[in-house]
Design a protein around this ligand. Structure first.
Ligand SMILES: *Cc1c(COP(=O)(O)O)cnc(C)c1O
Length: 392
């Protein structure tokens, strides 16, 4: 096996994880097979009864194409092992079910992806795993929420949709002082911009659906971290519960990773340009983008991110104005997805955050005039023209 630590990021992105078959194929092969054959009865017996997986048995557990993707993503995150899952949410579920039991406690940042909040509050709570929510950027808040039964700290940075930044290193130190693990959802930055494991996080979660695919085609997810955790209790959940990634999707994500760093550079170029333009626009009350010096955690973003990412939010006068900006676009897609080559626009207060109460929205800082864009790879001047229409 190649030691990918000796290679730089873009080389790993293009080459890590691939194993050529006897056919000598140049591009990664897709293995659409549900099971695998054994040389004889003894080999079958040995594979089935071994404590750990020693070879392929069934594609709910392992599949060569899925393994190529896992090894490539592990190399990009500087992690020992990776487990691919059917979706980003399945990665979070497998991680929690693998590492927690009834009576355990999670401390999580308040500004999380909506389904993650539902998973913690409504589903894990049914199994007596409770979650306390804290302000992402308030370290003493984190400290105070930790209880003797706290096992996991969980955060997303930058957060959705207000682009708040959490200090990964500081929260990791806090976690380890209290015998907890820190899990970071690295969906917005991807390893091209931020590598949480190198900052002290224990596990990294991905929704591969977003920037790893990068072209809005497939649903998938992954968790990256030490082999002891990934190939132990977390794999145990996947193996028995079955939210497995399909080899077809793994192949799409593998190909996505090859261009990840190139794409992220352009997402950042375009987002930085638009953030600066919107920041000067008279119809815009506020721009939320970690790259602006006015962003309250701009310095933390510089410390832990290579660049500032492809997402930004901005606030206009009220809901009517926000809807007018959205409805005046002709090219930009009105959709909740993000991390696509195509620019997308959403009104969080009436969509992603539309089912929480106005008071909860108030506490979360989601104003009625807030608009979120996931800046795509189109020519930035065309994105600007499309947004300018409704702003003037
Ligand atoms: C989309 C998303 C998820 C969930 O991923 P799915 O692939 O949709 O299950 C988790 N975290 C963040 C930050 C996301 O944007």
């Amino acid at each position: 096996m190649t030691n990918w630590n000796e290679f730089n990021f873009n080389t790993r992105a293009v080459r890590a994880g691939q194993m050529r078959s006897e056919e000598g194929e140049h591009s990664e092969a897709i293995f659409p097979t549900s099971s695998y054959v054994f040389k004889n009865a003894a080999e079958a017996a040995e594979r089935f009864t071994a404590k750990e997986l020693t070879g392929n048995i069934y594609s709910r557990f392992t599949n060569p194409t899925v393994r190529y993707f896992e090894e490539r993503l592990a190399a990009l995150e500087d992690g020992e092992s990776c487990l691919a899952t059917a979706s980003g949410m399945a990665a979070i579920l497998c991680t929690c079910l693998g590492l927690l039991k009834a009576g355990d406690h999670i401390v999580a940042s308040r500004s999380l992806f909506g389904s993650t909040v539902t998973l913690f509050n409504n589903i894990l709570a049914k199994f007596a795993i409770k979650t306390s929510f804290v302000d992402l950027d308030n370290l003493s808040d984190w400290q105070e929420a930790i209880q003797p039964n706290t096992k996991l700290l969980f955060l997303e940075t930058p957060s959705n949709p207000l682009m708040a930044i959490g200090d990964i290193q500081a929260v990791a130190d806090l976690a380890h002082k209290n015998d907890c693990l820190l899990v970071v959802d690295n969906c917005f930055c991807t390893p091209a911009l931020q590598q949480p494991l190198t900052l002290g996080a224990d596990l990294v979660i991905h929704s591969a659906t977003k920037f790893l695919d990068g072209q809005g085609r497939c649903i998938g997810g992954a968790v990256v971290g030490p082999s002891k955790l990934i190939n132990g209790d977390i794999l145990g959940i996947l193996r028995s519960a079955g939210p497995t990634m399909s080899p077809f999707n793994a192949w799409v994500f593998l190909k996505g990773l090859e261009t990840l760093e190139l794409r992220m550079q352009r997402h950042c170029d375009n987002a930085e340009y638009l953030a600066n333009w919107l920041n000067e626009h008279e119809a815009v009350k506020h721009v939320y983008y970690p790259g602006l010096t006015s962003h309250p955690q701009h310095k933390v973003a510089i410390k832990q991110q290579k660049r500032f990412g492809g997402l930004l939010s901005f606030e206009v006068a009220d809901q009517t104005t926000a809807w007018n900006v959205i409805d005046s676009t002709e090219m930009i897609s009105i959709t909740g997805n993000l991390g696509d080559a195509k620019t997308t626009i959403t009104h969080p207060a009436t969509t992603t955050h539309g089912r929480i109460t106005p008071e909860q929205r108030q506490t979360a800082g989601i104003k009625d005039g807030l608009i979120r864009i996931s800046v795509g790879l189109e020519d930035v001047k065309d994105i600007q023209t499309d947004l300018a229409r409704g702003l003037s």
